[in-house]
Design a protein. Structure first.
Length: 584
């Protein structure tokens, strides 16, 4: 076994050999050993660790075939690539090889940049012209003339076309054969050029034909349109003439003394004539023809708990009555007798949120021979609302984070107001996603925050519920007491009714963090006492002579409450009890 050592120098993403590798066709049993030198220490920062490392080498031969060969380990610092007998024994394997080394450790795998070397031909590869020993780039055409092989058959052609020549080892390559091949290639090139020119000519002919067809189609369409316009104009004249006759008949009826009665009977008479014509068209079988037609739109969008009046017109031969059935979302909810005319039906109480299908069908009365009809309305109920989990019981000292959640699968416009002045508006499409807006810092005192939405539903702009919060904002250094009340009621209240009014009080000297009082049965009396204490302290600070009679009076009422209920408010009760101990 022969071995040769080479230094493989790495510089970033480049790998080069310091000296060339000389290998010729047919060489084998050669170990090419590579000493890897990493000039930048990018790949191999600690060379001593590489000894014994497994190595995989990927190489590509001149034919483009790729394969792996694996050595067991790095030995004495060298990576070994062995040239085997079957690697360089063919002409196709003469040329450039590309190698790439991959180092595989227990917990790593490192691939270094690829590098190249050549396998060169031997002297006998560059002379002669015998197939099996000559090679493209190295073979030469013999210069001995054509006489020895002038009678050879160069190629054959039959009825199916060219017959391919299968060259065998030992076949002679002569100048005449090569020139014949060149002539064939030249002739084929000429044929291809002629075909290309013919294709161009055909393309021009096709484009001319397309233009001609387009012109003819456009002309025919224009003629058809003229015919349609003429027919439409004729129909419009006939309709205007018929409308004129109807108007004249209506005026004649209106001039009669018994206007309403005669007009109604005349209309019914006209309907009977139409019915007779329909029955004649039906073969005079006496079948009652019924028809339903919508008066309101068949596609309606609305909000929950809003009235939805479905209006339709019923007509029939001889003004025959019928049985109508209302089916909403697959359920028959009502059937009744109807007469000819416009009919209205409010479906509000039968609708659900989302899509609703209302099918109205009419059929003959029992014993009548008739043909019924049906009509369908689609009602979309959209839940549009504005929700919020805003904490209005908090004492705000800076900007106010106002959270809100718009609901409804339509485009919505949000309005936010502070003290009845709009400060922000936006248009959103999302539904059920919480949003937030920072209200600027407000002055010391109470402030009213309101929010509502507007949306276009069913062609009309609707306003959703309004959110209202009265909050307390405090400015540092300002100790003015503040009381806010969050009570909003738009319904009538009967006399002597019990009304719960939630409120919050802030008094810095009493409690810097304030108390938020929300009223209920037990809470109301607790906070009456707290309010009396707060009011007494405030008036004393202003210099007024105040006793605690009001506090004691409300405290006595408080003691009448069930102790179990008072135990639910330990902080408030402690504050009250501490105050009572001090005044006693």
């Amino acid at each position: 076994m022969i071995s040769r050592n080479f230094d493989l120098v790495l510089r970033g993403n480049d790998a080069r050999l310091r000296e060339k590798i000389y290998v010729y066709r047919g060489d084998y049993g050669i170990d090419l050993k590579f000493n890897i030198l990493d000039s930048l220490d990018y790949y191999l920062s600690e060379r001593n660790d590489l000894e014994g490392t497994a190595v995989t080498i990927l190489f590509t031969n001149p034919s483009g075939d790729s394969m792996y060969t694996t050595e067991s380990t790095i030995h004495e610092g060298f990576v070994t690539f062995r040239i085997t007998e079957d690697m360089t024994d063919d002409f196709e394997e003469i040329g450039e090889y590309t190698l790439q080394i991959r180092l595989i450790g227990r917990d790593y795998r490192v691939t270094i940049p690829a590098f190249k070397f050549n396998v060169s031909p031997i002297i006998s590869d560059t002379n002669g012209s015998i197939i099996g020993t000559a090679r493209v780039g190295f073979a030469r055409v013999a210069a001995s003339g054509t006489s020895p092989v002038s009678d050879l058959t160069l190629f054959s052609v039959d009825s199916d076309g060219y017959i391919k020549t299968n060259w065998q080892n030992g076949d002679v390559i002569t100048r005449d054969k090569m020139n014949k091949i060149e002539s064939g290639i030249f002739d084929n090139s000429q044929i291809i050029n002629d075909i290309s020119n013919s294709v161009d000519d055909m393309g021009r002919d096709i484009r001319q034909l397309e233009n001609k067809l387009e012109n003819e189609i456009e002309q025919n369409l224009e003629n058809v349109q003229n015919i349609i316009d003429t027919e439409v104009s004729t129909m419009q004249r006939n309709i205007r003439s018929l409308q004129k006759k109807v108007n004249e008949n209506t005026r004649n009826i209106s001039d009669n003394n018994d206007n309403d009665i005669i007009q109604d009977s005349s209309i019914r008479a006209l309907r009977r004539k139409v019915s007779v014509l329909e029955m004649l068209a039906d073969g005079g079988s006496g079948v009652v023809i019924m028809a339903l037609a919508n008066v309101t739109d068949t596609n309606v969008t609305t909000l929950p708990d809003h009235d939805v009046d479905i209006r339709y017109e019923y007509s029939a031969s001889y003004d025959t009555a019928g049985i109508v059935t209302y089916n909403i979302n697959g359920l028959d909810i009502r059937s009744e007798k109807i007469e000819v005319g416009v009919i209205s039906f409010n479906v509000k109480s039968y609708l659900k949120k989302g899509s609703n299908v209302i099918n109205i069908s009419v059929n003959p009365l029992p014993g009548d021979n008739g043909r019924g009809d049906s009509i369908t309305f689609n009602v979309e109920v959209i839940d549009v609302a504005l929700n919020s989990n805003f904490n209005y019981q908090k004492i705000y000292k800076d900007v106010i984070d106002f959270n809100y959640t718009p609901v409804g699968a339509v485009e919505k416009t949000i309005h936010i107001l502070v003290d009845e002045t709009e400060i922000y508006t936006e248009t959103v499409i999302s539904s059920g996603i919480q949003r937030s807006y920072q209200i600027p810092k407000q002055s010391h005192g109470t402030h009213l925050i309101e929010a509502y939405m507007e949306a276009v539903v069913g062609g009309s702009t609707v306003t959703t519920n309004k959110l209202s919060y009265e909050i307390i904002t405090v400015v540092e250094g300002n100790n003015t007491p503040i009381i806010s009340m969050n009570y909003r009621n738009e319904k009538d209240i009967t006399q002597y009714s019990l009304v719960s009014i939630p409120y919050a009080g802030y008094h810095y000297t009493q409690n810097p963090n304030s108390l938020v009082h929300t009223c209920s049965n037990a809470k109301s009396k607790i906070h009456v006492v707290l309010a009396a204490i707060s009011n007494t302290l405030f008036l004393r600070e202003r210099g007024e002579q105040m006793d605690d009679s009001l506090v004691l009076y409300n405290y006595e009422n408080l003691k009448k409450i069930n102790p179990k209920e008072l135990e639910l408010f330990p902080n408030e009760m402690k504050e009250i009890e501490d105050y009572i101990k001090n005044i006693k």
